[in-house]
Design a binder for this molecule. Sequence first.
Ligand code: AMP
Length: 115
Amino acid sequence: MSETLFEKIMAREIPADIVLETETTLAFRDINPRATTHVLVIPKTRYRNVADLAAADPQLLADVISTADEVAKLEGVAASGYRVTFNTGDDAGQTVFHVHAHVLGGQSLGPEASR
Ligand code: AMP
């Protein structure tokens, strides 16, 4: 598999606004935020999507969710509520094929999708 943008961010070859780093995950602000708080959480090991991650390494998926919750606390949105989403495939608009959680909050988010 060729490198994605997120490998370059992990390697610090592309700058990113890093919010939190753990042994197994990295959290950084989305460059095009769709909410007051919009942070991406990636596992340091690459899987194409959340289903592949869950099948291969459930503990690493749990680490991603724990980091998302930690980010929500750091951003001050844990109490008011936040959303964690994983886009998978074309209809969901997945553009980077290194699994990532979108952590969204800081405002009322409305329904999950529009049609
Ligand atoms: P997805 O559409 O679920 O694959 O999400 C990919 C996300 O990466 C989008 O929300 C983009 O805005 C975000 N993104 C693209 N380039 C960068 C970058 N250089 N730094 C931070 N986020 C980025």
